[in-house]
Design a protein around this ligand. Structure first.
Ligand code: HPA
Length: 246
């Protein structure tokens, strides 16, 4: 089967601009249906498979996303790697709204999500290694593409994945900062863990769309409205550059 890269789009990236979709497949998996039909086609000359994490109507909240069906459907479609796009809040200095960040580490604060393929009816228990959580070669390819396309990116950050869908309190964000988190989002886990379990190299391109609770001025939703589209334009440029190089 032809090698293809998957792109999982998050908030602000439900439709991939520039994708010449040749087909759309509603793919059943043993875990149910993915968030949306998989959309395949050429994106600036490279074959990709695109999946909208929160559904085409953006109506599946982070804790209800069927991460297992999403990753399994992409695997069944024959993709050989995954680029995830995540809208996030900024915690530490430098993580300002509008900025694109390529995280290198993550901490999982989620709970109650179906988070593993190695759950029952196993011949033996399986403990995959999740460190480093993001594929080193893919991270470098994205960072190189950013330099080539002159997209400003931060190349190190710890992503803290919260349960949501509510936003955090200022004290929760302070605690996350003490834990070492630079970014806060709701979707990196279990997605990254499942990609590792199924053997697909995985990288995340994060777009900071607001200052986390207690960190910035002004209301969070206003910031998100202001910075989401602008950030996703940078992501689209970055995707064009790095797909050729991956
Ligand atoms: N917190 C959690 N998830 C988010 C945020 C936030 O501030 N912004 C975007 N996703």
């Amino acid at each position: 089967m032809m090698k293809r890269c998957a792109i999982i789009g998050g908030t602000g990236l439900t439709v991939l601009d520039g994708l010449e979709a040749a087909g759309s497949a509603q793919s059943a998996t043993p875990f149910g249906f993915p968030s949306a039909p998989l959309s395949s086609g050429k994106f600036h000359g490279t074959e990709v498979v695109f999946l909208a994490r929160h559904g085409l109507d953006h109506n599946i909240p982070p804790h209800r996303v069927n991460y297992r069906a999403n990753i399994r459907a992409l695997f069944d479609a024959g993709v050989d790697r995954i680029i995830a796009v995540n809208a996030v809040g900024g915690i530490s200095a430098g993580m300002w709204p509008g900025r694109v960040v390529i995280p290198h580490q993550l901490i999982d604060y989620t709970y109650g999500r179906e988070h593993t393929f190695f759950d029952r009816d196993l011949d033996k228990v399986v403990h995959v290694e999740l460190d480093p959580p993001y594929d080193t070669a893919m991270r470098q390819a994205v960072i190189d593409a950013a330099a080539a396309a002159q997209v400003d990116v931060l190349t190190q950050a710890v992503y803290g994945a919260t349960q949501g869908p509510r936003l955090e309190t200022a004290a929760e964000i302070d605690r996350m900062a003490r834990d070492g988190c630079d970014l806060v989002g709701m979707t990196a886990m279990p997605e990254a863990g499942l990609a590792r379990e199924i053997g697909l190299p995985y990288v995340s391109i994060c777009v900071v769309v607001n200052w986390a609770a207690g960190r910035g001025e002004g209301d969070i939703h206003g910031q998100i409205e202001r910075f989401l589209d602008q950030g996703m334009d940078s992501v689209n440029m970055l995707l064009q550059g790095c797909l050729a190089g991956l």
